[in-house]
Design a protein around this ligand. Structure first.
Ligand code: TYD
Length: 421
């Protein structure tokens, strides 16, 4: 493994990773923040906890939103606590993605599907159910081993042009390459897209699912801004990126997952896929929402400030009035929200989470202890701050007994609100 002491832990972004321009508008800056998935052992030496600058800039040329700094991926991903959710919502969604690809591109049994950032292999297992031959690529060695054991062959590597060549040589060319919620995590996306030329068949499809920056801005999802998410994509910067590599976006689906996402389909410019009208419709929508100019991002920054202050006073007010408050769902966005808002163990007794790897640890930065839902249910708080708000419907349904017994939930964004039975 690379010796981290010889690497730069966080480096400032220079050129836009989609269009290569270097004219940035400052959007927000949250100071120095710990890593969102940097869960700690309770006995860890907290004074040494690493923090890195967290801020967002917008490219005035293509309007990619980018973090100001890139943290070394060896630090972020080699031992990773993020496990693809086994929630009903996600399982349904992953089956839907496999079904969409089968239907739209005529993906047939025996066709070869490669997933970048395949985590524990759940999405690829859904493709296996449709008869596809699959291969995962994921740098988290702990997760690649889990996927392998579950019957989803996985290379424990970062995906790059070199990996693309290796996969094509050892396993053949892919009919579909999929990247779900991974593209925003990769600095050299240009390298990834150039690798597709060596990996995809001539009529192959690259399907990339990312959170949609239009939803982020309109719904004030500022807690999805953390070190792992280097880019926040509109359609326009994605088109710019693919065009630079002889590819084009030909279809897009808007999806409700993770606070609003887009599944973008790209193929080679000389390939068989006609460009659907949805592509120009969404470009027009982005323009009419003002997202190609500075003013929308100045407004966004002002609103983030308001929500942040509002949430802090709401939670502190409840605690001052004697209520017991806890977090629900130790999501990466949740740990970020707490750190950005200055809320922590003075306000939250604990945070409940279903993930084995997180239970028994403490949250990064705030050091709030993580408990299993079973332990939490034995001594429930008066109020849960919903840190996994992307599963609000599912969680509120599941927790109807807590609500019926007088418990409440705080939904943090777009503005803090209280849900009671
Ligand atoms: P996730 O949605 O994966 O978001 P992020 O990308 O911000 O980490 O995180 C959701 C977290 O919430 C995950 O740790 C699992 C947890 N969770 C629960 O504790 N209970 C639930 O019912 C659900 C759906 C999720």
């Amino acid at each position: 493994m690379t010796d981290l002491t010889t690497r730069t832990a966080a480096r400032p972004v220079t050129r836009c990773r989609t269009c290569r321009a270097d004219d940035w508008q400052d959007v927000v800056s949250f100071g120095s923040v710990p890593l969102a998935n940097g869960f700690l052992d309770p006995a860890a030496a907290y004074p040494d906890e690493p923090r890195y600058p967290l801020g967002v800039v917008s490219c005035r040329s293509c309007r990619l939103l980018s973090l100001t700094h890139v943290v070394d991926p060896e630090i972020l991903y080699r031992d990773y606590a993020y496990v693809t959710s086994g929630s009903d919502t996600m399982v349904r969604h992953m089956r839907g993605v496999a079904e969409t690809c089968r239907r739209r591109f005529g993906l047939a049994p025996g066709d070869f599907v490669v997933e970048i950032g395949s985590n524990t292999g759940q999405q690829l297992a859904a493709f296996q159910d449709t008869g596809a031959r699959v291969l995962g690529v994921d740098p988290a060695r702990n997760l690649a081993a889990v996927a392998d054991a579950a019957g989803v062959p996985t290379l424990p590597e970062f995906f790059s042009a070199g990996t693309a060549r290796q996969v094509a040589r050892d396993f053949g060319r892919a009919d579909l390459v999929l990247g779900r919620h991974v593209f925003a995590h990769i600095d050299d996306i240009s390298g990834v897209v150039s690798g597709l030329r060596e990996l995809l068949t001539p009529d192959g499809v690259f399907a990339v699912e990312v959170p949609y920056a239009l939803d982020l801005v309109e719904r004030l999802e500022f807690d999805t801004i953390y070190h792992e998410h280097l880019s926040y994509f509109l359609i326009r910067p994605l088109c710019a990126l693919f065009e630079r590599h002889g590819m084009r976006v030909f279809d897009i689906e808007r999806l409700p997952v993770h606070g609003g996402s887009i599944l973008v389909f790209a193929g080679f410019a000389d390939g068989p896929w006609p460009v659907r009208p949805v592509v120009s419709e969404l470009l027009r929508l982005e323009e009419s929402a003002g997202l190609y100019g500075d003013a929308a991002y100045r407004d966004f920054a002002r609103q983030v400030e308001r929500t942040r202050d509002g949430l802090r006073s709401l939670v502190r007010g409840l605690v001052a009035a004697g209520e017991r408050v806890a977090g629900y769902g130790a999501s990466a966005k949740g740990t970020t929200l707490l750190n950005i808002c200055g809320l922590g163990s003075a306000e939250l007794e604990f945070c409940s989470d279903t993930t084995d790897l997180k239970q028994g640890k403490v949250l990064p930065g705030t050091h709030v202890p993580v408990r299993s839902p079973q332990a939490a249910a034995q001594d429930p708080p008066d109020c849960y701050l919903l840190l996994a708000w992307n599963y609000a419907d599912e969680i509120l349904r599941k927790e109807s007994a807590f609500l019926d017994s007088g418990g409440t939930f705080i939904l943090p964004v777009p503005e803090p609100s209280i849900v009671a039975a």
